[in-house]
Design a protein around this ligand. Structure first.
Ligand code: G4P
Length: 531
């Protein structure tokens, strides 16, 4: 099979949701359909249970999501599906945002009893930024959920995306009878998993058909007729173009737990979701069909084997063919690297891979060469853009509690921040280390891992900082002057770039107004954009 056939048969996506909406359950059902797992319950939820704040076992579980579940590859029909896992807990949202740079589309799960939740909004913001195509699955129809029309209004309003139902629910909660497939004109009658032997499906071409009254009862049948008419009158027909542009989201209703309405989503997904697409670099677009191999690292995972310090870098292949034991160019380090044991994750098993294609995600054993965002190519020297590094919101000074182990602490904090667990800043004079995180839990993870993996003891001390802003200017003298005046508030990031630690929103605003020649960037992403 050639490059274009390999590309055409691949779909790389993530399932995203606010915690508890049903992401893990839906993932599991997909894997069952794909034959990647044999029994329900095989996918372990990687979320931290509600109420847990700094329970180390939970932290271990969270960061210890087995490497094999970070990406799950399975076949469905003729399609090779790469499903990327995203952590549910909000303190690990940054990891999720970065994973979204490596997918071509997403399925968003909404809990029908809750509607749009805070994490749903943030995740969709990232999807909108990247114009990622979205399919929506409204879950838990077996519970007393909200009215589907009001849910759709809420989705459109709060997520700024148009929706188009492709299935429509009949009743909700206790009165939930099933879904009508508006496009295939198929009625699927719901039976709870406890009682169901075989799903019942009836083709109903014309909703006026009196069989509908017999199957659903005259009241619900009439309601379905009226609601269908309303939907077809109010919502535009589904159109692939705006879907692929991330402007229109097809919508499904069902119950992941009861494996109801799930196959419809999967079947539609393989039909409409985009194959691996082009990616932006600092030297123009790279197309998957380009014969030269290229890819980028979007995640680094510590190895779970405590006897080995090595890590696994997850690389999304963007163009050409990747081959084992071939030298590739590590652009940032200007170095040639060769990989003897690249892995893929077919059927939830880690397997050695000899070749991989655009859309695939492979795991590369790494002894410290990679940072998140690194580009690997067949020889060219471009960098992929847009792997975001979000501005941390919590800052603490790292205090060394065991001066005999300062080398280990230094090495540990560097490696952990390379993994993207947190961001590291250094303040001079004194070489003070400041760690910035998106969520409180990450400080506990760092402290725990420094102790257990590097034998270093540390504490975190609160500091007065509101935001880290990377500062640049077209006028080098102005920048130098600002750094000199604000010396106690300017720190360096790991690459030596100056960063202003704004003590408060008010001060940030003030400095921005007083220093119009300086640009304050809230993420370090501008570096790749400028390069
Ligand atoms: P997440 O990954 O998005 O965080 O959610 P997860 O799939 O773990 O689902 C959260 C809870 O919602 C689970 O219950 C799960 O069984 C339940 N759930 C998922 N889909 C449905 C559905 O269609 N209907 C109903 N009624 N419940 C659903 P739990 O009690 O928190 O966990 P568990 O003990 O069942 O694992």
């Amino acid at each position: 099979m050639g490059l274009s056939e390999e590309i055409a048969k691949r779909r790389t996506f993530a399932i995203i949701s606010h915690p508890d909406a049903g992401k893990t359950t839906l993932t599991e059902k997909f894997l069952l359909y794909g034959g990647a797992i044999q029994t329900a319950g095989a996918v372990k939820s990687n979320k931290i249970r509600k109420g847990a704040t700094s329970d180390f076992l939970d932290i271990e579980r969270q960061r210890g999501i087995s490497v094999t579940t970070s990406v799950m590859t399975f076949q469905y029909g003729g399609t090779l599906i790469n499903l990327l896992d995203t952590p549910g807990h909000k303190d690990f949202a940054e990891d999720t945002y970065r994973t979204l740079t490596a997918v071509d589309s997403v399925i968003l799960v909404i809990d029908s009893t809750k509607g749009v939740e805070p994490q749903t909004e943030r995740l969709m913001e990232v999807c909108r930024m990247r114009q990622t195509p979205v399919i929506v699955f409204i879950n838990k129809l077996d519970l007393e959920g909200r009215d589907p029309f009001s849910l759709m209004d809420e989705l459109e309003e709060m997520l700024s995306i148009r929706v188009r139902p492709l299935t429509w629910p009949i009743g909700v909660g206790a009165t939930f009878q099933g879904v009508y497939d508006l496009y295939n004109r198929n009625l699927r009658l719901f039976e709870s998993i406890k009682t169901r032997k075989e799903a019942t499906s009836e083709r109903i071409d014309d909703l006026a058909d009196h069989r509908l009254d017999q199957l659903l009862g005259p009241g619900p049948a009439q309601e379905l007729r009226e609601e269908t008419e309303l939907i077809n009158g109010v919502y535009d027909p589904f159109d692939l173009v705006p879907y692929r542009q991330g402007k229109l989201a097809p919508l499904f209703f069902g119950s992941a737990f009861n494996n109801f309405g799930v196959r419809e989503v999967l079947d539609t997904f393989v039909r409409i979701a985009p194959p691996p697409g082009p990616r932006e670099t600092d030297q123009g677009l790279v197309k998957p069909e380009d014969p030269e191999f290229s890819g980028f690292v979007f995640k680094i995972h510590a190895n779970l084997d405590p006897n080995h310090r090595d890590r696994m870098a997850f690389l999304r292949i963007c163009s050409g063919q990747f081959k084992r034991n071939t030298f590739y160019h590590h652009v940032r380090q200007d170095k040639q690297l060769r990989f003897a044991n690249p892995t893929t994750f077919l059927a939830a098993q880690k397997t050695l891979v000899d070749e991989a294609w655009p859309g695939d995600v492979i795991g590369l054993y790494d002894t410290g060469n990679f940072k998140i965002g690194d580009t690997l190519t067949a020889g060219a020297s471009f960098n992929f853009r847009g792997i975001p590094s979000f501005s941390p919101e919590l800052f603490r000074e790292l205090v060394n509690l065991d001066p005999m182990r300062s080398k280990q602490l230094e090495k540990g904090i560097r490696q952990l921040t390379d993994e993207g667990v947190a961001q590291l800043f250094t303040q001079q004079p004194g070489n003070k280390k400041i760690v910035g995180c998106v969520g409180e839990l990450q400080f506990d993870v760092i402290r725990y891992r420094l102790e257990h993996e590097y034998g270093a003891q540390c504490a975190f001390q609160a500091i007065q900082a509101h935001k880290a802003c990377w500062i640049t200017s077209d006028d080098p003298a102005a920048l130098e002057n600002f750094i000199r005046i604000k010396t106690t508030q300017v720190v360096s990031d790991k690459d030596g770039n100056p960063v202003f630690m704004a003590p408060s929103a008010y001060m940030l605003d003030l400095e921005q107004r007083n220093n119009p020649e300086i640009t304050f960037h809230l993420t370090s992403e501008f570096k790749t954009l400028q390069a």
